[in-house]
Design a protein around this ligand. Sequence first.
Ligand code: AQP
Length: 332
Amino acid sequence: MAHKKTILSGIQPSGSPTLGNYVGALRNWSLLQQEDYECFYCVVNLHAITVKQDPEALRRRTMDTVALLLACGINPSTSTLFVQSHVTEHAELTWVLNCYTYMGELNRMTQFKDKSVKHADNINAGLYTYPVLMASDILLYQSHLVPVGADQKQHLEIARDIAIRFNNAHGDAFVIPDGYIPKAGGRVMSLQDPSQKMSKSDPNPNGYIAIMDDPADILKKFKRAVTDSEGSIHFDPQAKPGVSNLLAIYSVFANMTVPEAEAHFAGKGYGHLKTETAEAVIADLAPLQQTYNKLLAEEGYLREVIAKGAAQARARAAQTLADVYHKVGLDV
Ligand code: AQP
């Protein structure tokens, strides 16, 4: 029997996850599980410390993120759900792959440039080599498919380049991964500045919908969303970034294509677009929020899930790392 293909993806416990995280990644993690893949999903806390974190808050948010992933529908009996720092192979492979990554490649990474501006007081080497850690996350599990938002496309490409380079030097050690970026919602934009992606570290909370926002806040934030003065609802991200962002969000939650969503709003005003989008989002998030709040009280269960996940993840990761150490000559 042929082996199932493998999926891996991760989310940082670096703030309150947003509608962008949900539409770009988490929702698809859950949907892909129902297809014939072996799935590894992790809370990437090693990535999170590339920006300053309060240790106690990081611990709490890591467990909250585990609860969120379960509430989003990750099934721990069929998928491996784990915390990145529990599997030390991620850090070990990163060191090896750092030695197979060129500074010229890392210099081109737009996330590093953006985060260097945002965190000018802490431009650390971890922020710079973040893509190598991400490559290790992916390659350790011999992943075929990586469901991420469009903002991670460049990091995925460097992971492929590193894998190909290593394989060429030493013989096949890694599967070359492909990205899985949703057509609609791959880049959800800020509600206040639709030229920027929606981000959980946005200092203006009106720019993002947090997955855990209550319905009144969700409605209020959509009503305040920046649009334009034209008054007609059609999809044109260059000329009408705010309206196009709302249409894309609506289409995902109403389970329509973007042209179907355009037809739905033909002749209606922006008020309709904002309210109906808010209502579709609120209805979709309500059961998830309920499950999340219930799970937060079940810390024992959450710890059981991640202990089992870490054991499963380690078993796979150790095989890859042993092969890499052997190929490089580290296994004396
Ligand atoms: N706006 C977005 N639209 C679509 N997908 C998005 N993702 C993030 N923002 C959007 C996807 O969510 C997954 C997990 O993201 P992450 O936790 O690794 O952090 P990030 O990409 O750095 O997202 P944030 O929200 O902007 O976090 P901060 O503010 O902490 O940097 C990824 O698959 C990502 O593509």
